[in-house]
Design a protein around this ligand. Sequence first.
Ligand code: ZN
Length: 324
Amino acid sequence: MALDAGLAVALDAGLAVALDAALAARLSAPVWRIGAPSGEFRRIPRIRCIAFAIVATALAAPAARAQSADVAALQVALRAHGLYAATIDGVNGPLTSAGVRRFQARRGLAVDGVAGPATRRALGRRGRPRLGTRVLSAGASGWDVAGLQFLLERHGFPSGPVDGSLGPRTDGALRRFQSWAGLAADGLAGPATLSRLRGPPPTSPLIFALPVSAPVGDGFGPRGNSFHGGVDFPVAAGTRIAAAGRGCVSFAGWSSGGFGKLVVIEHRLGMTSWYGHLSAIAVHRATCVVAGTPIGRAGSTGRSTGPHLHFETRLRGAAVAPRF
Ligand SMILES: [Zn+2]
C-alpha cells in the first residue's frame, strides 16, 4: 500500500529475488547495533560477522545480477510506449518481456521478447545510446540517461521520475552523488562517475530499533517510475513515534521536501534517521535522544495520502535501506 505520493504497482522482480535482496541487505556488513533499549552502541561479535559475510556473499550475487541499468532503460522505453505499467526495477521479469513481445509484434519484428539491436533501433531515441558511450550532462535524453537515473536512485540519490531525460532534478542528484563519492561535482557523468555508480550501493553501518511497533507497509526501493527512499509504517494518526537510536536532533519542523512535519536525528558514522508526515513534534533541534525516546506523533502531513510514519535512514546524505 503506497501512502506517500505514489501508486501501488507491481514489481517485475520475482519474490525469490526480492527476498534475496532483502536478506542480503539485512545480512551484509553488520557492525554496530544502536537500537538496544539502553541506547548503547554494541559491537556484534566477530564470529557472527564472518558467518553473516559468507551468507551475504552467497545471497548478494544473484540479487546483484538480477538488476540492470539496461533493463531499467528498456522498461522506461516500454512505459513511454504504453507497454509496461509495472515498477522500473531493472529486473528482466515476465512483464518486461511481455512488453517487448507486444512492441515487436506491433513493429513487425521477430517476436522473441529480447531487446536486441533491431528492437532497440525501433524504440528510436529511447532505445539509444548505450550507457557509457558518451558523457552525459543536463539536457541529454535517451536510453543511457534512464540507466543513469536508475543507478543514481540505487545509490540513494533518487531524482524524481526515471524518464530518460536529464533535467534539473537529475542534474542535482548527479552532482550530489559526485560530491558524496569524492568526485568533482561537475554534473558530467563520464567514466569515473559511471564506474562508481556500477559498484554496489551503500549500506547502513548501523542497526536501528523500530521507531513504532507496527508491521512495515511499503518498503525501500523502486516504486512505480520513481524510488521510495524509506519504509512506511501504516499506523493511526496520533500513534507515538520513538527515536530509532542514540543521537541528537538536527532538524525538527516543517519540511519543504514533502515530508510535512519532520524530525531528523544525527547518529554516529555519518548516519541520520528521518521521521516524516508527523502530526506533532515533541523534540527541538539539538535535543539528544536514545532509542525509544518519544519524538512525536504519527500523522499525514506533507505529501501523504493517509496516516503513516515514513522512516528513512541516510549515510552521509545517501538514502540507504534501514536495518532493524
Ligand atoms: Zn514513505
